[in-house]
Ligand binder design. Structure first.
Ligand code: GLU
Length: 488
């Protein structure tokens, strides 16, 4: 039977790196096996539903370029794919379990359950008083107007085995499984367990690839499959994604939603590549994979058991590498909206602004880690530079007067630099530095601050050329004046 896998998010928040990792692994597995990737929305917990997060889910997948074969928007033979549109199905299935004696109605009030919980110090769960009600008792309770929940009968003895493709057999004593979990709530909505199992079965899912945090639910799901008399799918629980401190990745570590990364100027290629390495590897050395390659090369036998550590620096590095691979026109398209957003280029960019950007791209391409770096790196080209203090102009090894001398010397060498190549200009500066008995860096640094307003900028001579001699020299003069007005 051909592989059918699913990503089954609950729309309760922004798409998290961990969720996207599950989605990608399912997607790549389906592609590499010539199978089907299903998207199913698990929105039966109406108290936690958040429609923005549904939009975020669709946006994120569109941005990543991941398409599902069946699911919302595209449909398919097993729909609907949104659980809130399938409620009657879950009710019918709960009924089946009631009829076959695998489930029962429980009339305990929330207050009673709370008392039981408190009485046991919160340790034990439900104490099963409704498991063996007689027909008369049930009738009486119904007549009193209490709307029951439906609970699954977990056997009181024995144990349940969950076979995991990655972790092997996981055996759980039945007495340790959540005692008689609720399948259908009194509002007629299913719990996650019922809806998830019913749908995986009805949608003919062959493999369940999901995060390891779902392992505790596994034996319970196995019990449900048995109660229905269905064959369970294969299970494969993916390694956890941790922060650098070994704790589960969370906001404490930094951004976790794909939307955040996207807003900071990460590229989908970098996210896909890096996230695919969280718990999977092709061999011990290869790191770069395009989406197309992963669609062919991904396989479950290269999953790791050990938790994966999310390394923000590494993702940033990948991003820088992917930025370098972009053509000039692709980069223009990616960078313009950022420059516009930051007010450096008008919304309808002028020909001059476009020309400046085109000249800037070769200078910054290798230095951008994230697209948003462009604004800091190019502010000096598109706008007046902000105020900087005199102290910033003065290198560690120089004092004020020597810095003024350095700026004056630089100014002189720059007067006709546009007629020379950058290499020739650099040679002149090198000779000048030697003549003045200072390091080349110390000669250049004040100039860099004067012209760009910061100590880190794209390569200096390229930046100067971009700016034009006149603006550059005016800025140098301003810096000299600033230093001269400093009280000694
Ligand atoms: N709706 C669950 C979630 O939010 C799905 C878990 C599973 O894949 O079974 O992650």
């Amino acid at each position: 039977m051909s592989v059918r896998v699913r990503y089954a998010p609950s729309p309760t928040g922004l798409q998290h790196i961990g969720g996207v990792r599950s989605a990608l692994f399912n997607y790549f597995y389906a592609r590499s096996e010539g199978g089907t990737f299903v998207l199913r929305i698990e929105d039966t917990d109406q108290t936690r539903f958040d429609s923005d997060s549904l939009e975020d889910l669709y946006d994120t997948f569109e941005w990543l370029g991941i398409q599902w074969d069946e699911g919302p928007k595209v449909g398919g033979a097993y729909g609907p794919y949104v659980q809130s549109e399938r409620i009657q199905l879950y009710r019918d299935h709960a009924r089946k379990l009631l009829d076959s004696g695998h489930a029962y109605e429980c009339f305990c009030t929330p207050e009673r359950l709370e008392q039981v919980r408190k009485g046991s110090g919160g340790e034990a769960g439900y104490d099963r008083p409704c498991r063996n009600l007689t027909r008369e008792e049930i009738e009486r309770l119904r007549a009193s107007g209490i709307i029951p929940v439906v609970r699954l009968k977990i056997p009181l003895e024995g144990s349940t085995r969950l076979h995991d493709l990655l972790l092997g057999d996981i055996d759980r004593k039945n007495e340790d499984i959540n005692p008689d979990p609720v399948l259908l709530k009194s509002d007629g909505y299913p719990t996650y367990h019922l809806a998830n199992v019913v749908d995986d079965h009805l949608m003919e899912i062959t493999d369940v690839l999901r995060a390891q945090e779902w392992i505790p639910s596994g034996p319970l799901h196995v019990q449900l499959y048995q109660a229905f008399g269905w064959e369970a799918p294969r299970f494969c629980h993916l390694p956890m994604v941790m922060g650098s401190d070994g704790q589960k990745l969370s906001k404490r570590h930094g951004s976790t939603s794909v939307r955040d990364f996207r807003e900071q100027g990460y590229l989908p290629e970098a996210i896909i590549n890096y996230v695919s390495l969280l718990g999977w590897s092709y061999d011990d050395s290869r790191e770069f994979f395009t989406k197309g390659e992963l669609e062919k090369m991904f396989s479950l036998d290269r999953l790791n058991k050990a938790p994966a550590v999310f390394d923000y620096k590494k993702l940033e590095w990948f991003n820088g590498q992917y930025i370098r691979l972009k053509s000039e026109s692709e980069l223009t398209e990616l960078l313009l909206p950022i420059l516009e957003r930051d007010g450096l280029v008008p919304a309808r960019p002028t020909a001059v602004a476009l020309e400046k950007l085109a000249a800037l791209i070769p200078l910054v391409r290798e230095r951008l880690h994230v697209l948003n770096d462009i604004s800091e790196m190019s502010r000096f080209v598109f706008s007046e530079i902000g105020d900087y203090g005199a102290a910033e102009l003065i290198p560690k090894r120089l004092d004020r007067d020597r810095t003024i001398a350095a700026l004056r010397a630089g100014r002189e060498l720059l007067s006709d630099f546009e007629t020379r190549s950058n290499e020739e200009t650099e040679e002149l500066f090198r000779a000048k530095a030697e003549e003045m008995g200072m390091k080349l860096g110390d000669l250049l640094m004040p100039l860099r601050v004067a012209v760009t307003g910061t100590r880190v900028s794209p390569p200096l001579f390229g930046s100067l050329r971009l700016l034009g001699a006149q603006t550059a020299l005016e800025r140098v003069d301003r810096a000299i004046a600033l230093l001269q007005n400093e009280v000694k």
